[in-house]
Design a protein around this ligand. Structure first.
Ligand code: ZN
Length: 108
């Protein structure tokens, strides 16, 4: 859409940008991806997500940042049913202690 958005990656300033998708209604937006850092963005997003000059400095990457990035942490195994880390629904006792809305006087 905006030509400046497609000239370089907002995050790392790489100039090889791949076109991934186009909006169902042509010309509304495109999804682009950086060939180096793999950052993806939709051209209809705000400038702070699509333009290098407006991208937050604290999130910008350099080639050194990318080359020296620590290993991506491994994804932990899925929890199994019955795992103690599984979120449980509140017991009926807990539900009875929850505050209730008082009946409103202005019903239909
Ligand atoms: Zn990039």
């Amino acid at each position: 859409m905006t030509d400046a958005a497609a000239t370089c990656c907002p995050r790392c300033a790489h100039t090889v940008i791949e076109h991934l998708f186009t909006s169902p209604v042509p010309g509304v937006w495109d999804v682009l991806q950086c060939g180096r850092c793999l950052y993806c963005w939709r051209t209809a997003e705000p400038d702070r997500r699509t333009r290098r000059d407006a991208y937050p400095d604290s999130f910008k990457l350099t080639v050194d940042d990318i080359d020296n990035a620590p290993e991506v942490p491994a994804v932990p195994p899925l929890s199994r049913p019955g795992s103690r880390h599984r979120r449980q629904a509140p017991s009926p006792t807990d539900i009875s202690k929850m505050p209730r809305k008082s009946p409103s006087g202005g019903g239909i």
